[in-house]
Design a protein around this ligand. Structure first.
Ligand code: NZQ
Ligand code: ZN
Length: 391
């Protein structure tokens, strides 16, 4: 299929690369920087101090705003917009993971456009720009460092929505795998699931003739599975951290989507509602949903699921359906082996029927859209997937 591939972010990868941050901001023409970060991990690790020093060395001034939480909130975005206006900030620097980067992107939209920033996430209108931003990445997971998207949760109704445009792409990202050594195991593994899922969402589609893209995707998924297991045993294995970190960016910068028509993305949409309602870690939510989604839809594309089973898990069952199902089971086994949930119960949430109904309605924008391409899912389908995932 025809495609456009646009990945303009400069990547500075490797040990000690965070020391270059100040110069990188300066290269982008920044003078007054917003240093945006999360709930404290970068303070405890000493990274924030290092970044401040790097900015000072480059002759740049800055203001700081911490307190971004996972499933980043709209109220923090609004606070950031106000602060940046008051302080005449002209460059935004995210120091953290997907949540911090997404909050930074939303602040960037708020600064570069008139009116309420939530309009973009509600699809009321399109952004016409974004203040330039860069990132120092501390967790390999969401891929926001090279993606065109940001996902924000509005506390008013607990609605979690994504918005995508090329304006918000990071100008640069600093990726030092050593910065991820301090991650709790659950976050490391959650991140690995998210990376795999960004590739799998694109892999499960209804087009064909994309040998190279499939090959890149399959290698990426296998590599992340292998290294997730290594990190389970040894969180400070540099090579494993490095492989996973690079995979985080490549899985969500469009590379694994070239020629696929875009991919399915239903699991993400369904899992986002869990993040909005129950505040779960994004990757863990995906792990808890994927198998139920896969079992619900695989009959629409059995060959694709069978190919996945044979090329990811080297399975050789006789008939297509058995092979397809065996692949889904293997993925479940893998998630369990790294301590990831394969049901909502294991995820720690037990939604009531009313909550399932509410999540499905929100997911379909209250009847305005279906999700997924392998099978177009409406609210009734989504409710069924949540029910299947309950046990
Ligand atoms: O806030 P701090 O204290 O930094 O703690 C964070 C947070 O609790 C911690 N952490 C991060 N780096 C650490 C660390 N702890 C110790 N050492 C480190 N080096 O990890 C926790 C999770 O951080 P978060 O940024 O939330 O993780 P992630 O990168 O998984 O981002 C998840 C968010 O991104 C969205 C998700 O929906 C979710 O809201 N996504 C964004 C996408 C995008 N913009 O392209 C695509 C994804 O599909 C996803 O939807
Ligand atoms: Zn994701």
């Amino acid at each position: 299929m025809n495609f456009e591939y646009y990945a303009p972010t400069k990547v500075v990868f490797g040990k000690g690369s965070e020391e270059k941050t100040g110069e990188l901001v300066k290269d982008q023409g920044g003078h007054k920087v917003l240093l945006h970060y999360g709930s404290g991990s970068v303070v405890r690790s000493g990274l924030l101090d290092k970044i401040c020093q790097s900015l000072e060395k480059a002759g740049l001034s800055y203001v700081m705003l911490g307190g971004v939480v996972p499933n980043p909130r709209l109220s923090k975005v609004r606070e950031g917009i106000q602060l940046c206006r008051k302080e005449n900030v002209d460059f935004l620097l995210a120091v953290g993971g997907g949540s911090v980067i997404d909050s930074t992107k939303a602040i960037g939209y708020g600064l570069a456009n008139e009116g309420d920033v939530w309009d973009f996430y509600e699809r009321k209108r399109q952004a016409e720009g974004c203040m330039p931003l860069g990132a120092v990445l501390t967790i390999a997971a969401a891929g926001s460092e090279m993606s065109d998207s940001s996902v924000i949760t509005n506390e008013d109704g607990w609605i979690k929505r994504g918005y995508s445009s090329n304006y918000c792409r990071c100008r640069f990202v600093v990726m030092d795998p050593e910065l991820t050594y301090t991650l709790p195991d659950y976050q490391t593994q959650s991140g690995c699931v998210d990376i795999m899922m960004h590739t799998m969402e694109r892999y499960f589609n209804l087009s064909d003739n994309m040998e190279l893209t499939d090959g890149i995707s399959e290698t990426l998924i296998r590599s992340v599975m292998k290294n997730a297991k290594i990190l389970k045993q040894n969180p400070t294995d540099y090579n494993a951290r490095a492989e996973v970190m690079w995979a985080s960016s490549l899985s969500h910068n469009g590379l694994t989507g070239c020629g696929t028509g875009g991919g399915d993305w239903a699991s993400h949409q369904i899992a986002h509602e869990l993040g909005g309602m129950f505040d779960v870690a994004h990757g863990a939510g995906l792990a808890a949903i994927w198998e139920s989604w896969a079992r619900y839809v695989y009959r629409e594309a059995p060959e694709r699921f069978a190919g996945f089973a044979s090329r990811i898990f080297d399975l050789e069952e006789k008939d297509t359906e058995t092979l397809a199902l065996a692949g889904i089971e293997k993925m479940e086994d893998f998630y369990r082996s790294v301590g990831m949930p394969t049901s909502l119960k294991e995820l720690g949430v037990e939604p009531t029927e009313a909550q399932i109904h509410e999540m499905a309605e929100k997911c379909c924008f209250f009847g305005c859209r279906t999700v997924g391409v392998i099978k177009r899912l409406d609210a009734a389908d989504i409710e069924e997937i949540y029910r299947m995932a309950r046990e």
